[in-house]
Design a protein around this ligand. Sequence first.
Ligand SMILES: *[C@@H]1O[C@H](CO)[C@@H](O)[C@H](O)[C@H]1NC(C)=O
Ligand SMILES: *[C@@H]1O[C@H](CO)[C@@H](O)[C@H](O)[C@H]1NC(C)=O
Ligand SMILES: *[C@@H]1O[C@H](CO)[C@@H](O)[C@H](O)[C@H]1NC(C)=O
Length: 481
Amino acid sequence: MPVRSALWLGLLLLAALWGSSTPASLLRRLREHIQQLQESSGLGLSPGAVALPKERWLEQPLDPFNASDGRSFLQRYWVNDQYWARQDGPVFLHLGGEGSLGPGSVMTGHPAALAPALGALVIGLEHRFYGLSIPPGGLDVAQLRYLSSRHALADVASARLALSRLFNVSSSSPWICFGGSYAGSLAAWARLKFPHLIFASVASSAPVRAVLDFSEYNEVVSRSLRSTAIGGSRELGACSSLDTVEDQAELLGALQALVGGAVQYDGQAGPPLSVRRLCGLLLGAGGNCSRAAPYHGLRRAAQVFLHSLGQRCLSFSRAEIVAQLRVTDPQVYGVGDRQWLYQTCTEFGFYITCEVPRCPFSQLPALPSHLQLCEQVFGLSTSSIAQAVAQTNSYYGGQTPGATQVLFVNGDTDPWHVLSVTRNLGPSESAILIPSGSHCLDMAPEKPSDSPNLHQGRQNISQQLQTWFRLTKESQVRGVV
Ligand SMILES: *[C@@H]1O[C@H](CO)[C@@H](O)[C@H](O)[C@H]1NC(C)=O
Ligand SMILES: *[C@@H]1O[C@H](CO)[C@@H](O)[C@H](O)[C@H]1NC(C)=O
Ligand SMILES: *[C@@H]1O[C@H](CO)[C@@H](O)[C@H](O)[C@H]1NC(C)=O
């Protein structure tokens, strides 16, 4: 198995290359990187050179479930009113998720691109405990009790009421929530829990089912790597060499993140490697399947990846990772790794493992290692995590939430689509599955190279919203008559 050993050599090389950040957070860093790049490129290109909207702050209760707790925090948001045609026009509420939000949330990509046609006011709301919306008192465990999706939804409800007053939005204006990934779940749940406040939601790549052991992630990665549509199969299938079996969990986790990241964000502006490019590198130029190609290819892939994320190296020291995650000073943790780990430990799980037969990576014992992190960083037991995941699904309904006027948008290349809603569940619970679409692709700014499928998907989103507006108007008219 020369290819196999060459690959293993490549893995050892990765270990030598990477030394200052955790592989587990590599996907999060990649996401942040893509988001920033898409926002800045979109903002730079916007015609008419509109001034960037300024940062605004909304005072919110720290504990919305305890009326006698008077503490509050400032939640950051942005407003784009340049397309808002009338006081009773629609309001697009773009929800932030497990990272910081920026002015791009109201200026580029969806939903901003939809706003002109519908005359909508666009508001971007950062999630509590991420970015600069961190309550005073830092990130210690006592404080993190106020971080959950349920708190975030309470913020959506109170922001909806406060901002209506502040901007003199008519009571007949439909409010539509948008979000991608975890924030997509929030968008769906906002409509589910507050149908009197939120008219409809567009939930992109929303993993609404919580799951402790997310082994299906790598099943999709495997399928996507074989898919000719995104350039995976032919080249990689020829060598079928990603089958190494070694138990260096952190190291292999990093390789998984590198490959998983290429699949998850395939075809978007910003990721360092597309699937086609990664496969090309692994096989050498021109599909040359020589002994040396995987070794050089993997090294090259790792270099490209780290360089574009501005990282010199990644650490595989568990002790170092735990020490970093224990830091409670928010300044130290820009990307919100500690906060998101807390939410996975107390609500969602989502631990990516390799326990399915088709997983292209080593079957490392990843789940116990993830669970141990919850214990080491927050003192949370494995049984409490499993229970929390089950509770989340019973509270929100998992993949059958029963919410009306929610449009679920997914791409079938995206490993997260298996936790979302990908088929229509009823006349007003609709789903769009974009062929060869990656994670949150529909929310990215439009590019000339966008596939016809993607183009069609975005059109369907707009049409679905207009249909809901029309049906509501018609039933109102009938009600009056
Ligand atoms: C509610 O807030 C009050 C005032 O801060 C506090 O004394 C009480 O313990 C809180 N109740 C709960 C259930 O957290
Ligand atoms: C608020 O909007 C209404 C129309 O919906 C308008 O009559 C009123 O003057 C507005 N008030 C302010 C303060 O803008
Ligand atoms: C494949 O790569 C090897 C080593 O780099 C080289 O010697 C060989 O000529 C290449 N073969 C083809 C068909 O490009």
